[in-house]
Write a protein that binds this ligand. Structure first.
Ligand SMILES: NC(=O)C1=CN([C@@H]2O[C@H](COP(=O)(O)OP(=O)(O)OC[C@H]3O[C@@H](n4cnc5c(N)ncnc54)[C@H](O)[C@@H]3O)[C@@H](O)[C@H]2O)C=CC1
Ligand SMILES: CC(=O)[C@H](N)C(=O)O
Length: 308
């Protein structure tokens, strides 16, 4: 078990040298203690440009966004953050020769896309402002690549499951919340139907995929935007796996119609064969390992919190 919080010398370690067990145990928590953090508004173009220039940024990973469910609750803010914010970032990167990674999502597809499986190239007509903004990001990034030579790279993530932060207002939030509630109260209220199948991935695989795609030689990339996948599961599958460890877990299904409609329009299975072929993508975590790792992390953290 790594020391937490990391010592000053550990803080100097770059993410690339973190051990697998560090990721498993502390994940982003370790990363949080490694670098300089500057609060910035993605809509403040001048300030962002100053940060990029003053810190000699060469790679920009652009994660700021409003996710699918919160986006539907505030369309103007979502449009500003997800679309205007992206424009700011693309312009700064193009102007200063900065390479850029932007995550897209299964939410970039819609009810008219093939859902089982969903390939990289097919109809994309999402019905959420989140999905529309992500299709826009994919197309704008690819356009800047062809027009200005911007090194734009993009992965469409499935629902990402991680233990060290609270879910951010997405349709796949249930798959994170279940672990916290299972450990804290033993009761979980699920806002999607038991048989809603969606692609999912553990955060460690997601971060590794991101780094591998960013490091892939340009000539291996036949596309600038790739699907990546690990597993595909329903709330029922997840509940059964968690109950193997915590048999007392009680589930109540209380479906949220907005989230359910979004989930019903998203891919059930994600075809990531191009990522596997072009730059060797391979996931490591299947559902049983994911559940075990999540429960270990949350139980250890809650024991530490109670003993402090
Ligand atoms: N978590 C998931 O399952 C998936 C996430 N993604 C993408 O990964 C990225 C990160 O997602 P999460 O960490 O889950 O979401 P999150 O909601 O936890 O984080 C989004 C971040 O954006 C920041 N933000 C919002 N408005 C801002 C502004 N005006 N200026 C600067 N920052 C602002 C928020 O403070 C927050 O830290 C997003 O682009 C999302 O679309 C894609 C697919 C799946
Ligand atoms: C899959 C995503 O993009 C995100 N977690 C959401 O549910 O909005």
């Amino acid at each position: 078990m790594p020391r937490f919080p990391p010592s000053p010398s550990q803080r100097l370690t770059t993410p690339r040298f973190l051990l697998q067990e560090d990721w498993d145990n502390w994940g982003w928590v370790s990363l949080h203690c490694l670098g300089t953090f500057i609060y910035a508004d993605i809509l403040d173009y001048k300030n962002l440009r100053e940060i990029v220039v003053n810190n000699r940024i060469t790679w920009l990973v652009h994660y700021s966004a409003l996710l699918s469910a919160v986006g539907e609750a505030n369309v103007p803010l979502s449009r500003d953050v997800n679309i205007t914010g992206l424009h700011n970032i693309l312009d700064i990167c193009a102007e200063h020769g900065v390479r850029i990674f932007v995550p897209s999502t299964i939410g970039a597809f819609g009810p008219t896309s093939p859902r089982n499986p969903t390939p990289d190239l097919c109809i994309q007509r999402p019905r959420t402002i989140y999905g529309v903004s992500k299709v826009h990001a994919e197309l704008m990034g690819e356009y800047y690549h062809h027009k200005y030579g911007l090194d734009f790279r993009c992965l469409r993530y499935p629902g990402i499951i991680s233990a060290d932060s609270q879910p951010g207002g997405g349709t796949t939030d249930y798959a994170v919340q279940i672990f916290h509630d299972a450990v804290k109260t033993g009761i979980f209220v699920c806002n999607l139907k038991a048989d809603t199948r969606l692609p999912m991935m553990y955060i460690v695989d997601c971060l590794r995929a991101t780094l591998e795609m960013m490091e892939a030689p340009a000539e291996t990339l036949s596309m600038r935007t790739y699907n990546i996948n690990a597993m595909s599961c329903t709330p029922e599958d997840l509940v059964q796996e968690v109950q193997k460890q915590l048999p007392g877990l009680h589930i109540i299904y209380n479906v949220d119609p907005i989230r359910q409609a979004i989930a019903d329009s998203w891919p059930m299975n994600f075809d990531d064969s191009n990522a596997r072929k072009d730059w060797g993508w391979k996931h490591e975590y299947e559902l049983p390992e994911l559940v075990q790792t999540m429960l270990n992390f949350i139980c250890t953290n809650s024991r530490l919190t109670h003993s402090n």
